[in-house]
Design a protein around this ligand. Structure first.
Ligand SMILES: Cc1cc2nc3c(=O)[nH]c(=O)nc-3n(C[C@H](O)[C@H](O)[C@H](O)COP(=O)(O)O)c2cc1C
Length: 189
């Protein structure tokens, strides 16, 4: 099948949009993901899986510190996505304009969100392109809003220049990821 069509099919496997924050030696950071899922059905053992691309600053920080905070965003938070999901924390302090406080793990907790899970990493899997981190929530909170932000809704809410930038960033990330993907290959024989 044509790779573009394949990618459109894979887009159906995205999850609600989340903000993932991290902290290292006083440097606070945040990024956006639409690939975070629940990883436990036990209410008092809350676990989540997040997939973070190897070339993101967040990847470096979470690998090193073993901590992250995941935030479900509510439907009116496209502005948080534009602040955290379009540039790297290597180029500036993205959280400066996003009100937050520090949670029990030391990661930033956004004042405004649908819900947050402040996590310690308890396991991880390398994919080459990314690392999948299994986080156990040490603290959980409910913010505001009636519905979480879905990717399709976000695409509608983003200003036009961000939609174009999203496609450019995605193409650049796909190019970087292509060379890393072959770290793991299907077994033959
Ligand atoms: C809607 C959306 C979904 C994204 N999903 C992911 C994702 O699942 N994994 C990932 O590593 N980056 C994802 N990104 C890209 C990162 O948020 C982006 O590269 C960010 O600038 C990384 O910041 P950092 O270098 O400060 O960690 C997404 C961005 C957007 C806008």
């Amino acid at each position: 099948m044509d790779p573009t069509q394949t990618y459109e099919l894979l887009r159906n496997l995205t999850t609600p949009v989340v903000a993932i924050t991290s902290a290292r030696n006083g440097k606070l950071n945040g990024m956006i993901s639409d690939g975070a899922v629940r990883s436990s059905i036990v209410p008092d053992v809350s676990r989540v899986l997040v997939q973070i691309n190897a070339f993101n600053l967040t990847h470096e920080i979470v690998r090193e510190t073993g901590r992250f905070a995941l935030h479900l965003l509510h439907a009116d938070q496209a502005d948080v996505v534009t602040k955290l999901g379009f540039s790297s924390g290597r180029d500036g302090d993205k959280l400066a304009g996003v009100p937050h406080r520090l949670g029990v793990t030391g990661c930033p907790i956004l004042d405004d969100c649908y819900a947050w899970f402040d996590c310690t990493v308890i396991n991880r899997m390398e994919t080459g392109i990314s690392t999948v981190f299994l986080g156990q929530a040490m603290d959980v909170g409910r913010g505001r809003g009636d519905a979480v932000l879905e990717p399709a809704q976000l695409r509608e809410a983003l200003p036009a220049r961000y939609r174009a930038l999203y496609e450019r960033n995605l193409a650049a990330a796909q190019e970087q990821a292509r060379s890393l993907a072959w770290m793991f290959t299907p077994a033959t024989g």
